[in-house]
Design a protein around this ligand. Structure first.
Ligand code: GAF
Length: 387
C-alpha cells in the first residue's frame, strides 16, 4: 500500500492543488481458468496487494491533464473523443474510460489525474485493468455519478476493446473491482455470478515468478485465439443453432464437426472445454482441502496452455518444468494471457528462499537473466483511500 501523504504531495507538486479523492485498484492472480472468460466459461481469480493509484481533482476548464509516475510523463488533451488517437498508449486507457463514462453520464468538467502504482507492468498481473478500474472508480466518486461496481468493470473491459484493441474477457476487471481479502472466487463469465473461497491450506503459500518476458496482448496472438474459438462455435452452430458459446458444446460435437474442418481450431476449442472442467474440479479440490489434486490440475492446465492453446513461451515452460516433481511445490502454471509474465506456484511455507535460489541459478544458466519472485496476499478490490 502506498502512503496517501506521498500521493497527495505528488499531486500537489504536479497540479498545484490538492486531490479531491484517491482511488486504488489491485492487480490480480488467477488460480486456474485461462482463456475461458471470453468463452463465457469459468475463472478462479483473486485480487492481490499490489495496486494502481489514481488521484483526481476537477478542473475549471474542459481539459484532461494526466501525469504518469511510471512513465514520468505529462499528457493533456480536451474532453473531445477524437483526441485519443494521438495520445500515448498509457494515456489511452484513461481517455477511453473518460469517454465511455461521458457517453453514459455527462462529465461536468475537465480532470487532473495523477497515476502511480506498484503492479509490475507486463507481468500478467493486470496492471491495465487496475488502471482503468481505478480511473473509473475515481471519476465516479469525483463527480458522484452513481455508477455501480459492475458498470465500472464493464467500462474497463470496453476500454480495452475500443481504445486499446485487445478483445479481452471480463476476468481481470472483475477481479480488480470485486476482490476480497484472503479469498479467491469462481466467476461464471456467462451470468457473472460468483462465489468466494477462502484458501485454507495452512502449510502452503502462493509464490509468483516473473519470467521477465514482457507480453503485449494487443500485438500477440490473443485476439487470434479468441477468433479461433468463435470460428469453432460458428461451425457447430450451423448444425446446432441453440449453441452460442463453447460452454454449450461437448467434446463429441467438437470432434464430429470441428475436427474435420480444422485440427488446429479443434485443439484450441478442446483446450477451453477442458479448462472449464478443471476450474470446477479445482474448486471441488479446494473445498476438500485436497492440495495434491489442486496442484495436479495446475500442471495439467499449464501444459494445455503450452502445447494445445500455444500461449506459453520457453521461459514459462522452463519455470514450470523445473518445479514439477519437487516435493515442496504442489502445483504451478503460467498465468494470464500468456506469451510471458508470471508463473503461479503453490509451495510449502518456509521453502521459498531455497526454491528461489535454485530456480534463479538454473534460469540464469539457461536464459542469461533472472526471474523475479513476487510474494502476494489476497486483497480487497477497488476502493477510495482515506486521507
Ligand atoms: C488476459 C485477459 F485480459 C483476460 O480477459 C483473460 O482472457 C486472460 O488473459 C486469460 O485467461 O489477462
Amino acid at each position: 500500500m502506498y502512503n496517501t501523504a506521498y500521493l497527495n504531495q505528488q499531486f500537489v507538486q504536479h497540479f498545484q492543488v490538492a486531490p479531491t479523492c484517491i482511488a486504488s485498484s489491485p492487480g490480480r492472480i488467477n488460480l486456474i481458468g485461462e482463456h475461458t472468460d471470453y468463452n463465457e466459461g469459468f475463472v478462479f481469480p483473486a485480487a492481490i496487494d499490489r495496486y494502481i493509484y489514481v488521484a483526481l481533482s476537477a478542473r475549471e476548464d474542459n481539459e484532461i491533464h494526466i501525469f504518469s509516475a511510471a512513465y514520468n510523463t505529462y499528457f493533456k488533451t480536451t474532453l473531445l473523443p477524437e483526441t485519443s488517437e494521438t495520445a500515448p498508449e498509457w494515456a489511452k486507457y484513461i481517455l477511453g474510460v473518460v469517454q465511455l463514462i461521458n457517453g453514459k453520464k455527462s462529465i461536468k468538467s475537465g480532470i487532473n489525474l495523477f497515476l502511480d502504482g506498484d503492479i509490475p507492468l507486463g507481468a500478467g498481473l493486470s496492471s491495465s485493468a487496475a488502471l482503468t478500474c481505478a480511473t473509473g472508480f475515481g471519476i465516479n466518486a469525483l463527480f458522484q455519478l452513481g455508477l455501480s461496481r459492475l458498470e465500472i468493470v464493464q467500462i474497463g473491459q470496453q476500454t480495452e476493446h475500443r481504445y486499446i484493441g485487445v478483445n479481452c474477457g471480463i476476468m481481470d476487471q472483475f477481479a480488480s473491482v470485486m476482490g476480497k481479502e484472503n479469498q479467491a472466487f469462481v466467476l461464471d463469465c456467462k451470468d457473472l455470478s460468483y462465489r468466494y473461497f477462502e484458501l485454507q491450506w495452512p502449510e502452503y503459500e502462493i509464490l509468483l515468478l516473473n519470467s521477465n518476458v514482457k507480453h503485449n496482448l494487443a500485438s500477440s496472438a490473443y485476439n487470434k485465439r479468441r477468433k479461433a474459438c468463435e470460428q469453432g462455435v460458428a461451425w457447430v452452430k450451423e448444425k446446432y443453432p441453440e449453441v452460442n458459446t463453447l460452454r454449450d458444446i461437448n467434446l463429441q460435437q467438437l470432434d464430429d464437426i470441428v475436427r474435420p474442418l480444422s485440427e488446429d481450431i479443434f485443439i484450441k476449442c478442446r483446450f477451453v472445454i477442458q479448462e472449464n472442467l478443471r476450474v470446477q474440479q479445482a474448486s471441488d479440490a479446494i473445498q476438500r482441502k485436497d492440495i495434491t489434486q489442486f496442484g495436479r490440475l495446475l500442471y495439467e492446465a499449464h501444459w494445455g496452455l503450452s502445447k494445445d492453446y500455444e500461449v506459453s513461451c520457453a521461459e514459462l515452460d522452463f519455470l514450470v518444468h523445473f518445479v514439477q516433481g519437487l516435493p515442496e511445490v504442489a502445483g504451478a502454471r503460467m498465468m494470464g494471457g500468456g506469451f510471458g509474465g508470471c508463473t503461479i506456484n503453490i509451495i510449502k511455507k518456509g521453502s521459498s528462499t531455497a526454491l528461489i535460489d535454485k530456480i534463479t541459478t538454473a534460469y540464469f544458466d539457461r536464459f542469461g537473466k533472472s526471474p523475479s519472485p513476487i510474494q502476494v496476499k489476497l486483497s480487497n478490490g477497488t476502493s477510495l483511500l482515506e486521507y
